[in-house]
Design a protein around this ligand. Sequence first.
Ligand code: PMV
Length: 320
Amino acid sequence: MTPLPQISTGSAPGKVILVGEHAVVYGQPAIAVPLNNLHATATITSAGHYLEKLVVDAPGIALHTSFNKLAEDHPLAAAILETMRTLNISEAPGGTLRVHSALPVAAGLGSSAAITIAIARALAACFATELPATAAAQIASAVEHLHHGSSSGIDPTVIAHHAAICFTKNKDPEFIYPHSSLELVIADSGLTGSTREAVNAVRKLHSDSPDRFSSIFAEIGALAFSARAPLEAGKHEMLGALMNANHRLLQAIGVSTALLDALCAAAIQAGAYGAKLTGAGTGGCMIALVDKSGAPEVQKALLAAGAKSASITTLESTTR
Ligand code: PMV
C-alpha cells in the first residue's frame, strides 16, 4: 500500500460512563454515551512516499520526535503500530502526524481511546482504506490493554461507534436510542486518576472479599440494566436516582474521593436529577444529569465547590 500525497484527518469523541464502571470489568452491563463537544483529532501531512520519516507532533504532551525514536509501547507509537498491523501497512508514511486532544488526560473521559482511534482513522485515510468501527475499537482495545492491563473495552467501543451503548464485556454492544436529549454538566476535579491503579486496587479488594464485592458489582449491573429504559424514554428523574445509587456503590468500592463526593452533593443541592463520578475515579471527572434550564446553576455550584472546570454538554436524541 502506498500513502496518498495529501492531508488526511481522523477524529474521535470523548465519552462518559452513565452507569456501571468497574463492575463492567467483571462482566456486568454498563451504559456509556459519546461526548459531542470534546474530540481528539489526528492529521497526517504525507509526502506520498515512505522515503521521509514520520514526525510525530503532539503539543499537548510536549512531544515532537520521529516515530522510529518512540518506544514501541509509547501510546502514540502503539496506536500507529497496531493500526499498521490491522490494515496490513508495512511502513509508516513519510510526513508529519499531528495529534491534538481537547480531552483532559486520566480524567475518565476516554482520552486515550479517542486519540488512538483518531490516529487509526487518519492512517486509514492516508492509505485510502476503510476502517470499520469494530476494527477501530479493536485497535484501541489492544493499545488500552498494553497500558491499562485488563480493561473491559467499553471506552474503545462507545468511542469507535460514536453512539450511546449498553456494553457487556466480550459481547457486541447494544445501541440505545434516547427519545429526548440528555443534558449533562461534566466537572473535572482537577486531580488525575490512573485507570490501571484504580482497576488494580478494586481487583485486590475483590480478591480479599469476593462475596461482598461480587454482590456490589451485581448491584451496579442491576442499576445499569434498569437505567436503559428511563434513558430511552427521557425519564431523567428516574435515571438521576439510579446515578446517585451508582455513586454510593462506587464509594463503597473505594474509588471516589472527598472532592468528587463534594461535587456530587453540590450538583444535587443545585437541582441536578442525579450525579456520580465517571470513569475509573480516584480523581478525574464527575457528571450531573440536569434539566436544560437548570444547567447553568449546577455549573456555577460545581465551580464554587472546587471543580477545576465544569462544562455543559448535550447528547442529542436519536432514532433507530
Ligand atoms: O479509563 P476510564 O477512566 O474511562 O475508566 C474505564 C472504566 C473502567 O470500568 C474503570 C475500566 C474498564 O476497562 O471498563
